[in-house]
Design a protein around this ligand. Structure first.
Ligand code: DX5
Ligand code: ZN
Length: 222
């Protein structure tokens, strides 16, 4: 079954506890936490303190904390996010000089290791670590902001990665992040993704969070 990760960056920070709780209550599987440093991406967001604050809410719902590090040289903070309670720690291939070492570091710290690719990065950048990783994240927008348009070329990238993971016999998650909506959810799952990240489609707009999540679930079962 497809997993839905609600991207907390798009929530109302003044009502974070209620909104994340609502998302998990309504059936979102993971909380996706976007960490940005103002260097790797042109925005600043949250740090380990907020990840730690989300841990009890995640535990209540048996949900994972999925930390997406959009920061330069992320190895510096892997242990910090492990201590904060992250279940998954994803780093960008573009941000790591020693990608293989960082993947090992994440796993040794007791987390699932994810690697993310920007839309402009060739899939071959993953070749050397693909057999090791626990999750591959295909960015379907240029990272930095919630509410951007899905980049259509992301779909064939997902198909290719799905074939590569299957050929390796890997059970790594294949995650897609950016511009994911009920309208494209089914197509992305059919292309081979198994974790959909959604921010504005869950926390934005005028409908309730639970209605937004129900719209994803019904789109996926059609
Ligand atoms: C973008 C972030 C995404 C973002 C997704 O840099 O990594 O997780 O929150 O937001 P939507 O779903 O609104 O594109
Ligand atoms: Zn993200």
């Amino acid at each position: 079954m497809a997993l839905l990760a609600s991207s907390v960056i798009a929530a109302d920070y003044g009502h974070l506890h209620t909104q994340t709780n609502d998302a998990l209550e309504a059936g979102a599987n993971w909380l996706h936490l976007d960490v940005m440093d103002g260097q790797f991406v042109p925005n600043l967001t949250i740090g380990p303190g907020l990840v730690q604050a989300m841990r009890p809410i995640a535990d209540t719902h048996d949900a994972w904390l999925d930390v997406h590090l959009m920061i330069d040289d992320p190895g510096r903070f892997v242990d910090t996010f492990a201590q904060a309670g992250a279940d998954v720690c994803t780093v960008h291939v573009e941000a790591c000089t020693h990608l293989h070492r960082v993947v090992q570091q994440i796993q040794q710290a007791g987390m699932k290791a994810g690697v993310a690719l920007n839309p402009g990065t060739p899939l071959s950048a993953l070749d050397a670590v693909l057999p090791l990783v626990d999750l591959v994240l295909v960015m379907s927008v240029n990272p930095g902001f919630s509410g951007q348009q899905f980049i259509p070329q992301s779909t064939p990238r997902i198909q290719t990665l799905r074939r590569q993971l299957n050929a390796l016999g890997s059970d790594a998650f294949l995650q897609v992040d950016g511009g994911v909506k009920p309208a494209n959810a089914k197509r992305l799952i059919q292309a081979g993704a198994d974790v959909l990240v959604a921010g504005s489609a869950i926390f934005g707009g005028s409908a309730s969070i639970s209605d937004n999540i129900a719209a994803f679930r019904s789109a996926l079962t059609l």
